[in-house]
Design a protein around this ligand. Structure first.
Ligand SMILES: NC(=O)c1ccc[n+]([C@@H]2O[C@H](COP(=O)([O-])OP(=O)(O)OC[C@H]3O[C@@H](n4cnc5c(N)ncnc54)[C@H](OP(=O)(O)O)[C@@H]3O)[C@@H](O)[C@H]2O)c1
Length: 228
């Protein structure tokens, strides 16, 4: 799906100079490879391209034409064979996530990767509460709305808080997301200055007052998409 696997080769090269336990490598299997044999083959090829085992392997999207139990059992086999340490899913609703969890026999589903940002609240309806309740990581993709988070209507509020902490609006938007216990944000950045800025979103914490201030601001500005 990502560069027909070439991205994995690049990741493999990029991490060569690091101790293996200093990086956490995640890859995914595309939804047309969710039958057992296809899935195992995909996982083996991912590992081959990466040149190392995966820390976390995700089902990229659900596929209603393949029984979920077959897919999840195959994911467990991937872990059993040492190709990945953990297994998880992506773009799964809370209901499907629950079904996936009931299909496991030996391994836990440790993560659900879904779209979530300070201005997109859909995940808050059921996925976030489910993950919070069951100690599952919610990996938030597109967490800065393709770099446009501070251009949106929430921009003024982000700017105000950013000034207070000597941070940037993007850093505040990312920190706000990870204020929720199970959330890990994965902004994509290819420019070095973006990578440095995004990395500066962690290792500090908004006060509860500022968290609430932003929560209130975005309630006013964002449409209440499936809001709780
Ligand atoms: N599981 C899924 O189905 C799924 C779906 C979509 C995305 N994802 C994953 O989620 C990750 C992130 O999502 P995304 O790429 O859709 O959206 P995103 O992270 O919200 O936005 C990425 C864009 O923001 C820019 N950017 C990064 N840091 C910035 C900063 N500090 N200031 C201004 N602009 C900044 C990047 O520019 P530069 O690249 O020029 O630095 C890039 O154009 C991706 O790596 C992707 O793998 C997963």
């Amino acid at each position: 799906m990502y560069g027909a696997g070439h991205t994995e080769e690049l990741v493999g090269r990029a991490i060569k100079g690091y101790k293996r336990d200093e990086v956490f490598v995640i890859s995914k299997v595309w939804h047309n490879h969710l039958r057992r044999d296809d899935l195992l083959d995909s996982a083996r090829k991912s590992v081959q391209r990466l040149g190392t085992y995966m820390d976390l392997f995700l089902v990229h999207w659900p596929n209603p034409s393949v029984p979920l139990q077959e897919t999840i059992r195959a994911m467990e086999e991937v872990a059993e064979q040492g190709l990945t340490r953990y297994i998880g899913v992506s773009n799964f609703s809370a209901e499907l996530l629950d079904e996936a969890r009931s299909s496991t026999s030996k391994y836990e589903i440790v993560a659900d990767e879904v779209k979530y940002s300070i201005t997109d609240r859909a995940a808050e309806k059921d996925v976030l509460p489910y993950c919070e309740k069951n100690s599952i990581a919610l990996i938030a993709y597109t967490p800065i709305e393709h770099g446009k988070i501070s251009e949106g209507p929430i921009g003024d509020a982000l700017q105000k808080v950013a000034k207070k902490y000597s941070k940037t609006p993007v850093q505040v938007a990312l920190n706000w997301l990870t204020y929720h216990e199970p959330v890990i944000a994965i902004p994509k950045a290819s420019k070095k200055e973006h990578i440095v800025e995004d990395a500066g979103a962690s290792d500090w914490r908004l006060s509860s007052e500022d968290f609430e201030f932003l929560a209130k601001a975005r309630r006013i500005f964002t449409k209440r998409v499936n809001s709780p």
